[in-house]
Design a protein around this ligand. Structure first.
Ligand code: TYD
Length: 223
């Protein structure tokens, strides 16, 4: 019994949490056992590191320090939570994963690609997502949404940065999707939530079918 590992990526305000919730509802209605989790965090060890990173306490020590902390948190999350969940057949939906590190630390943190690849290998030991949904939005729209949600004054360490950085991140996500089209699916996020949710549900249902995991639709067709 092996579950599916689906990760969600995108800039701030792209609607990841809403869409993860919608997909979780869709899968549960289909009878799936769903685990919703997030990074940085998702396990007690990783949540402890999350606080250190997002408070900005590690920022003065540079992007390499931050990349290693994200990787430490990721490794704990993978080994303590995700692998076990997949083994018992759960559908694991994760808010951010390796592509966030590739984009935020690797590209906009200007870290050496060899270092980033080595850190990634050590963090995940081969646990690649079965599918990565990239919620794509113009940087301006994402920033406006994030500010409206939290208020600029309470923005975290990564939300305080400039529009230029947000544009670079968007381009970096799109470059990953071009390089890994099998795994990464780009979804235009500047649309009504219902439309986006329907597109994502169709993609994940397709993935389930291709892996021999039944969907309700599949059962009906078989009747
Ligand atoms: P979070 O409050 O979870 O925000 P969001 O809703 O945007 O996911 O903050 C996570 C922040 O950490 C986000 O700005 C992206 C950043 N991040 C990285 O820089 N590298 C990583 O590997 C991960 C997982 C997150």
């Amino acid at each position: 019994m092996q579950g599916l590992f689906v990760t969600f990526e995108g800039g701030e305000g792209a609607g990841k949490s809403t869409q993860i919730g919608r997909l979780a509802d869709h899968l549960r209605a289909d009878g799936d056992d769903v685990l919703v989790t997030r990074e940085p965090g998702g396990s007690p060890g990783a949540e402890a590191v999350r606080h250190v990173i997002l408070s900005g306490a590690a920022e003065p020590f540079g992007p390499a320090m931050e990349a290693l902390l994200f990787a430490a948190a990721r490794n704990d999350h993978v080994e303590q939570v995700i692998r076990q969940a997949l083994k018992v057949g759960q559908m694991v939906l994760c808010d951010r994963y390796i592509d966030s590190s590739r984009v935020y630390q690797g590209v906009t943190g200007n870290l050496d690609p060899d270092l980033m690849r080595a850190i990634e290998r050590a963090a995940i030991h081969g646990l690649m997502p079965d599918m990565t949904i990239i919620l794509d939005l113009p940087a301006e729209v994402g920033l406006q949404r994030a500010h409206a949600r939290r208020g600029a004054a309470t923005a975290d360490r990564f939300e305080k940065e400039t529009i230029d950085l947000h544009r670079k991140r968007r381009d970096a996500y799109l470059a990953i999707a071009t390089a890994e089209p099998e795994r990464c699916k780009v979804i235009a996020a500047n649309r009504p939530a219902d439309e986006i949710a329907a597109d994502i549900a169709a993609l994940v249902d397709g993935l389930k079918t291709s892996r021999g995991l039944k969907t309700k639709q599949g059962i009906e067709v078989a009747k």
